[in-house]
Design a protein around this ligand. Sequence first.
Ligand code: AMP
Length: 410
Amino acid sequence: MTFEDFNFDASLLEGLYSMGYKSPTPIQVQAIPIIQANKDLIACAQTGTGKTAAYLLPIMNNILKAETRHLNTLIIAPTRELVIQIDQQIDGMGYFCGVGSIAIYGGNDGIVWEQQKRALREGVDIVCATPGRLTALLQAGHINFEHLQHLVLDEADKMLDMGFLDDIKNIIKYIPANRQTILFSATMPPKMRTLAETIAKNPEQVNIAISKPAENIVQQAYVVYDNQKERLLTEILKNPDYLSVIIFSSTKDNVKLLERTLKKIEPSLKAFHSDLEQPEREEIMREFKSKRIRILIGTDILSRGIDVDGISLVVNYDAPPDPEDYIHRIGRTARASKAGVAITFINPKDQPKFAKIEALMGREVDKLPVPAELGETPAYNPEANKKLAFAPGGKRPFNKKKNFKPKPRN
Ligand code: AMP
């Protein structure tokens, strides 16, 4: 499935491609058609699955189709950080289409309060808000939800845990009953079902079960520059405990390069990639399974379905393209309750990718110190490195819109 299949406006497609999104994630594949069909939705999905874009894209596309523009959508989220992230994602994906949003959250000064009130008066399409500050604005009569079409509760379970239930119920009194209600939650405890039943009408349900790595995999990472990876790997492979090793690299060409370099220290080593004929692949797998080959280097074609017992180490020479790939790759070790180690090399450009992987797993991976003789290493700062991650297209996703041309409003 591709993003083209959703019939999005060309300007919205341009925005999401400029963010580096290539194809929809599973939650997007499932949720977008339901939202486009104007049905209510309860989705169980965690951070890291692409859940924000799953509701933002169909809503933003709907806004673009409207003949007149009003305050169209309210998104309520538990924390100011999440509200800011959602607002930034609207900015990024809406860069070329001019859908306007505002983030409303407490804890700031009177100037910001005035700015929020002015933005609301002048008109925005989407309000993203924390429940507390939104309640204050509503009670002061600064928001008009008369034309609201979509209500989204994001991380709804967290909002209930934080005691926002009464605020949410109160806010809903200000919103037209004839609306679409969308609820996203990482977990579905009974109190969440009760809330969903009271605010949504015949909701469709979507459940994205994410895989988690086995507990007995020791996950480690090294934050390095590309030119340090080879020496670091050579050092790691000197450890005799690593009897059976798989090294993943993202491209076939890198696999071949690495094969040539590492053969010098491990002549039995083999590379596994899509250029090999099927009989060759089978022969390599047989040799690897029988431990005649200690080290196998491969692309992601090695990460799924290959069940070899006793792999003691998996090395991600490059961070994998997405969290699911990471989980599949490291799942090659520690099979059948045995212990195993998974080591990932993270260069500055891959830091945002790795932060996503950590978010999906709900845990941070230990970053080990690199041997001093390899020289200075980069700092781990995924936020600051987002620019690098998007560098090839040269576009920044999160800048304020340059070509902002709002449609006429009433
Ligand atoms: P979320 O689950 O909404 O917190 O999203 C996690 C991360 O995935 C965010 O950094 C998004 O920008 C990113 N993302 C969302 N949709 C896609 C996609 N289709 N392809 C690649 N990345 C995506």
